[in-house]
Design a protein around this ligand. Structure first.
Ligand SMILES: C=CC1=C(C)c2cc3[nH]c(cc4nc(cc5[nH]c(cc1n2)c(C)c5CCC(=O)O)C(CCC(=O)O)=C4C)c(C)c3C=C
Ligand SMILES: [Fe+2]
Length: 416
């Protein structure tokens, strides 16, 4: 051992530094999720461990301004998601890159997903006729205590990546490079635990901060046919032509009163969700797995799964409720401590659907008044519409929308 220590000392002669970076975090830094395609990335692509949702006020008075914003966003998305060396530094100028990822930006599975808020359309007469049909300011539901400072926005950007540093780096890049058109309104960071399952074992859903597996009954995001029905706007949806291939994002910052939850008996917790806490199995499948499907028809009195349990209300599994499927892609958040001394923790709930009314709004209306409300308080978020994706080589995010703006509006903006 003494000899080995001596060799190490020789190799690091003149250095006193001990590398302390957690190595496992860097294992997947070269993973790249393509930003190109019919749909934006970050919706049906696999959810990595870290995410953030940021909402901005947009400064764009003419169609040309808006096109410029979309082109600049596209340029940043393409660079940040592919990664690469940061620009040369001139000591006389502020560094072009924050530097927090070092001289070479890794792709780190980063996705950047842009959504448009109702106010972007409503405040611009040349854009208003093109507003997606169901896009409105998020209405207040009975249990909500929405804080205006963390609600709504002209434009949302969802950042997802393996590491929090990549998420923060991308957010800082956008804020720095487009300050004249994007003014940050609010941002909520989040994460989900990385699950390591033995080889060959079935996949497990990540747990939320109430300790339950979250995502068990999500529709399969790898099933493209299903995603065409549930997530992507298509011919069956009564939407402007430019919106085809896009999706509605419903985002909710939902505080969890974790102190009270942690003092609630296990049986009560399981009754509230309708699932077994450790395994995630539906309550009518004791000893089963989270993948098993509850049979509510065989339990008409709610003896096994209460009628007001979260899963039975969210998805009663009737022929009609098939029309209300949504794709959930949430992140847990931990924000420190509230003024009243309680922990500020909860769920950055994000779901995607082709029809906002049939999707999130219908499900939330069924959940209104559920027993879980004693432990949750929605405090922010908003509705946004993610335009379709863009292709490599000259295309840009939002092009179908820009091209759909009436020529009269384009002309008046050019002459003015
Ligand atoms: C309006 C939509 C929903 C909100 C808001 C919501 C909040 C919320 N959910 C959990 C925890 C769980 N949700 C689960 C299932 C589930 N939730 C919704 C919808 C909303 N949840 C749906 C559509 C479903 C699936 C129902 C089904 O098809 O069976 C579960 C069970 C496991 C799972 O399937 O994911 C948990 C746990 C929290 C903590 C929360 C707000 C903080
Ligand atoms: Fe839920």
């Amino acid at each position: 051992r003494a000899g080995r220590a001596g060799a190490d000392a020789d190799a690091s002669a003149g250095q006193s530094h001990v590398a302390d970076a957690p190595v496992a975090d860097r294992a997947h830094a070269t993973d790249m999720v393509s930003p190109f395609g019919a749909h934006q990335a970050g919706i049906t692509t696999p959810r990595p461990a870290n995410g953030a949702l940021a909402a901005f006020h947009v400064i764009a008075e003419t169609p040309a301004d808006l096109e410029r914003l979309f082109r600049r966003l596209t340029e940043r998305i393409v660079f940040l998601t592919h990664g690469g060396p940061v620009a040369e530094e001139d000591p006389k100028l502020p560094p072009p890159d924050s530097g927090i990822l070092g001289p070479e930006v890794p792709p780190d599975a980063l996705t950047i997903t842009v959504g448009l808020g109702a106010s972007l359309f409503e405040n611009r007469p040349w854009l208003a006729p093109l507003r997606p049909r169901a896009l409105s300011q998020m209405a207040r539901f009975p249990n909500d205590a929405l804080d205006a400072e963390i609600t709504h926005g002209d434009l949302s950007i969802q950042f997802c990546a393996h590491t929090q540093e990549t998420v923060v780096h991308a957010l800082r890049d956008v804020v720095k490079t487009i300050p004249d058109q994007l003014v940050l309104k609010w941002v909520q960071m989040g994460s989900v635990p990385v699950i390591v399952t033995p080889k060959g074992a079935p996949p497990e859903s990540a747990r939320n901060l109430l300790g339950f597996r979250d995502g068990s009954a999500n529709p399969d995001s790898a099933d493209q046919g299903l995603m065409e029905k549930v997530v992507w706007v298509g011919p069956a949806n009564d939407e402007p032509d430019w919106a085809a291939g896009g999706s509605y994002q419903a985002a909710r910052i939902i505080r969890n009163t974790v102190e009270r939850w942690d003092r609630t008996p296990l049986g009560e917790q399981e009754r509230i969700f309708g699932r077994t806490k450790m395994t995630g199995a539906p309550l009518d499948r004791p000893g089963g797995t989270e993948a098993m499907v509850p049979d509510f028809a065989a339990d008409p009195d709610g003896a096994l799964t209460a009628h007001d349990s979260h899963i039975r209300l969210a998805n009663p599994r009737t022929a009609e409720s098939q029309a209300n499927l949504i794709l959930r892609r949430p992140f847990n958040y931990v924000n420190g401590v509230l003024r009243n001394g309680q922990l500020d923790q909860g769920l950055l709930f994000i779901c995607w659907q082709a029809d906002l009314e049939k999707g999130f709004v219908a499900v939330q209306r069924r959940l209104d008044g559920e027993p879980l409300e004693e432990y949750i308080k929605p405090v922010g978020g908003g509705y946004f519409f993610a335009p379709p994706g863009f292709q490599d080589g000259g295309d840009y995010l939002g092009r179908p929308l820009i091209e759909a703006i009436s020529p009269a509006s384009q002309d008046s903006s050019q002459s003015g």
